[in-house]
Design a protein around this ligand. Structure first.
Ligand code: ADP
Length: 483
């Protein structure tokens, strides 16, 4: 079990219509990926409970959307304060069910909180417009209104932040939201629901339902009461959900897979590039959709970069997230380890060289050593697929033109990174990369004030920033005749 300062944050029931719902005969265990131990039990709910949640969200909508923005903002602000005050417990829950090191988990709790604070403020800035009319007898206005009942389906890699990044703008806009968290990480979601309730979020405005993903997802996507789905997860599941939303023409925000290039030019600041590569590649054990997946290093700096990265990786500490000094935790499950193994084996079979790592530590479990592969080519799986693990494949390149072509040669377009000290190149490369987000001389780009999202098959819409709230608003045009 997890030890919390406030044990009431560990729930084994779901929040539906302001009530904590259990299903004594139907529960699913939540396990610690580092040890395999059961850390909690959550209800295994399905279609009927999803229907009930939709009905409650619809009932709660008129009163919630009628409140002033200031009022909704004040409640979100209280939720923010509570998430910050309980960051240690949220971190403990995340480390227990997801595996990330405690310091990283605490960082996520605060990152998750930042969306609540940001959108508490943005609620007050949902501006309309007046438009000069084409004739003297008309007055034209634009108002922005909440989309209505929204659903969110969230992943396990950021158990807290992927929820607040959706729920905060939804609630700020006046929408109500039902969250179906990933089956691996429901405990953090339920703790967030406890804090939402304590902050004064009314019954039905924010609900969390755990259980059968397909059954719940089917009801949420099929309902014509639900007007929007926000999903973060794999491109395959995103495609399925998008098609399920087609009959009701639902609004969609999709944050899907990435295959991020990380480009280091000969003229880069090597120290900065190593620091960025470590953060972007090995954070969350390589399990983020913006993690560097392909590292392109220019010939002149290739050997020096590889040697320095290996030295830095050697200093990393792999282990249980609760152990002091651990910088890299386990992967989420054995399937994730198998995928990483298959990518490394495929690269080695096609002529890559293992510089460091490349195996599971003898203790077993879902751990995989931070790994570096050199001599990597386009033929290998690591060039095309998202590895979602702690493997850095180093590709060698000669020219800027060549590396831009390789970097863009993917159906994904989420995040890209490049390192150069040449200011002309900064603009050329930043504009040429076909990605929704580009980091120059940094491996860390995510924050609440900037628009997060991808192009191509990495998704639709943006989260965070002033753009994030637009996803939860409809535009209404009012044409008034005074003639
Ligand atoms: P990952 O591969 O990272 O686990 P997924 O895309 O499979 O990502 O899962 C992300 C979220 O989508 C999770 O909450 C999961 O339960 C949910 N999910 C997966 N398949 C479906 C489905 N067919 N219908 C609805 N939700 C789904």
């Amino acid at each position: 079990m997890v030890t919390l300062k406030d044990p009431t944050l560990l729930r084994s029931d779901c929040l539906i219509d302001g009530k904590w719902v259990t299903a004594p005969e139907r529960t699913s265990p939540v396990t610690d990926p580092a040890t395999g131990r059961v850390v909690g039990l959550v209800p295994d709910l399905g279609a009927a409970e999803a229907e009930a949640a939709i009905a409650a969200a619809a009932r709660a909508l008129p009163a919630w959307s009628a409140r002033t923005a200031r009022d909704r903002g004040a409640i979100l602000r209280r939720w923010f304060d509570l998430v910050v005050a309980n960051a240690d417990d949220l971190a403990a829950l995340m480390t227990a069910e997801q595996g990330k090191p405690l310091a990283e988990a605490k960082g996520e709790a605060l990152y998750a909180a930042s969306f609540l604070e940001w959108f508490a403020e943005e609620a007050k800035r949902i501006y309309g417009e007046t438009i000069p009319a084409p004739t003297t007898d008309k007055r034209l206005l634009v108002i922005r209104q909440p989309v209505g009942v929204c659903a969110a389906i969230t992943p396990w890699n950021f158990p807290a932040a992927m929820i607040t990044r959706k729920a905060a703008p939804a609630l700020a806009a006046g929408c109500t939201m039902i969250v179906k968290p990933a089956e691996q990480t429901p405990l953090t979601a339920l703790a967030l629901a406890v804090l939402a309730e304590r902050a004064g979020v009314p019954a039905g405005v924010f609900q969390v339902i755990t259980g059968d993903a397909r059954a719940i997802g089917g009801v949420l996507t099929g309902s014509d009461v639900v007007r929007k789905l926000s999903f973060t997860g794999s491109t395959e599941v995103g495609r399925i959900l998008m098609s399920q939303c087609a009959p009701t023409i639902k609004k969609l925000s999709l944050e899907l897979g990435g295959n991020a290039p990380f480009i280091v030019f000969d003229d880069a600041d090597l120290d900065a590039a190593i620091e960025g590569a470590l953060a972007s590649k090995y954070r969350n054990a390589g399990q983020t959709c913006v993690c560097a997946n392909r590292l392109y290093i220019q010939s002149g700096i290739y050997d020096a970069f590889a040697a320095r990265l290996a030295e830095a990786v050697r200093a990393m500490k792999l282990g249980q997230g609760t152990e002091p000094g651990v910088t890299i935790g386990p992967l989420i499950d054995s399937a994730a380890v198998e995928k990483v193994e298959s990518h490394v084996a495929d690269a080695l079979a096609h002529g890559a060289t293992l510089l460091i790592g490349g195996r599971q530590p003898p203790a077993g479990g879902n751990f995989y050593e931070p790994t570096i592969l050199t001599g990597v080519t386009r033929k290998m799986k690591v060039a095309r697929e998202e590895t979602f693990g702690p493997v850095a494949p180093l590709f060698r390149f000669e020219t800027e033109e060549e590396v831009i072509a390789m970097a863009n040669d993917t159906e994904f377009g989420l995040a890209a990174y490049f390192y150069t000290e040449n200011v002309r190149r900064v603009w050329r490369v930043a504009e040429a990369l076909e990605y929704g987000m580009v980091g120059h001389n940094t491996g860390l780009i995510s924050n609440e004030v900037a628009p997060f999202g991808g192009i191509k098959q990495s998704g639709l819409g943006r989260e965070g920033s002033r753009h994030g709230i637009e996803e939860y608003l409809e535009i209404k045009y009012l044409c008034s005749s005074i003639g």
